[in-house]
Ligand binder design. Structure first.
Ligand code: BGC
Ligand code: CA
Length: 353
């Protein structure tokens, strides 16, 4: 009898313990999940082949992991990326899809910076903050709703720096004027026709050179849509037309500068007949070509910091925090500075890559 009570008492006690443990596990579990805030960032990119945007996208993904970790997993950031194959209607559908799938903040690299209305309408209707980046919409559209932001860099600054680099180089290297006519024969390889960086970079770069008293002789402007391959083709055509009378090539970005170099190298021309080449972005391959003396300068476009700023805004907007601490222009836009890169300081930038 005694042992009957003893055994059953033990069983009763262990059953009680089990119940207590289960209750604790269940309740602790609930506490934990309800404590975790889930930021689902939907990222849409105009096209998959763009080197500079790959850098920004990779950094957004890295930042999401890093910030989730440092929050002690209290803030879980997940990133979903879609590429729009250079079609605005595809991008609009992708945004709709991301919203249907529960994204609560959007980072948008517009295809057509003049056509953001569908995205703005959807975001406003669903109360989802949008951070546009790199392809700058007009201020009037940015002001359509208070949940809209922009992160980028000032196109004029990049043109000005490219122009200054070119002026300094030409002053130190009079041999660039190969035909000794006192003018520099030049061509420009442009990005997409409506992109703020293509329009403003070109104007500012040329005007900076002219303002510094260097006479220019324009041979041709060619659109190569930021693409290395298109730039190689265009440069081949230019070489057919102008041969080695091209003394200077200004490129709106580094991928196109690499395309220009591809065309020159595939023709087995002697190095002395190469024109001087300037780009924008600070792509790794261009940095090493600057070191080799094949490209004379670029302008560092700090994609990592731009991604960081996008994430800062995304997190604060998601948490409903005041964004004033981020000191944005008009409380809406952030511009990251461009930096000069030539043979004199290229090592400093190579170490960042
Ligand atoms: C970059 C280009 C890039 C373009 C895409 C520009 O700011 O310099 O390399 O292709 O943005 O929108
Ligand atoms: Ca000349």
């Amino acid at each position: 009898m005694k042992s009957f009570f003893k055994n059953n008492g033990r069983r009763f006690l262990s059953a009680l313990l089990m119940i207590a443990l289960t209750v604790c596990l269940v309740s602790c579990g609930t506490v934990e999940t309800s404590d975790v805030k889930r930021l689902k960032l939907g990222v849409v990119i105009y096209d998959e082949g763009d080197l500079f945007l790959k850098e920004i996208t990779d950094e957004l993904i890295a930042q999401a992991k890093k910030r989730s970790k440092t929050s002690g997993e209290k803030l879980q950031i997940t990133v979903s990326v879609r590429y729009a194959r250079s079609k605005q209607n595809i991008q609009d559908d992708q945004v709709e899809d991301l919203i249907d799938n529960g994204c609560n903040v959007l980072a948008v690299n517009l295809v057509d910076r003049n056509d953001p209305m569908d995205i703005i309408d959807m975001a406003k209707k669903n109360n989802i903050p949008v951070i546009f980046f790199n392809r700058e919409l007009v201020l009037q559209d940015l002001n359509r709703w208070n949940g809209l932001y922009y992160v980028g860099a000032r196109a004029a600054q990049s043109g000005q720096i490219q122009g200054q680099e070119c002026v300094e180089y030409l002053k130190q290297h009079p041999e660039v004027d190969r035909n000794h006519d006192g003018k520099i024969q030049y061509v420009v390889l442009r990005g997409e026709i409506n992109h703020q960086d293509a329009i403003i970079r070109t104007d500012r770069s040329i005007n900076t050179i002219l303002d510094n008293g260097i006479p220019l002789d324009k041979l041709s402007y060619e659109v190569a849509n930021w693409s290395r391959l298109q730039a190689e083709n265009k440069m081949n055509q230019l070489l057919e037309s102008y041969g080695n009378s091209i003394e200077l090539v200004l490129c709106n970005n580094d991928d196109m500068a690499l395309g220009v170099l591809d065309a020159l190298q595939k023709r087995n021309l002697s190095r002395t007949s190469y024109p001087v080449i300037f780009g924008v972005d600070g792509a790794k391959e261009v940095l090493s070509d600057i070191k080799k003396g094949l490209i004379q300068g670029t302008v560092y476009n700090d994609g990592k910091t731009q991604a960081d700023k996008v994430m800062d805004i995304a997190v604060r907007a998601f948490e409903g925090k005041d964004l004033r601490g981020l000191s944005m222009t008009d409380g809406k836009s952030t511009y990251v500075d461009y930096q000069k890169v030539t043979i004199d300081n290229v090592d400093q930038f190579l170490s960042l890559k």
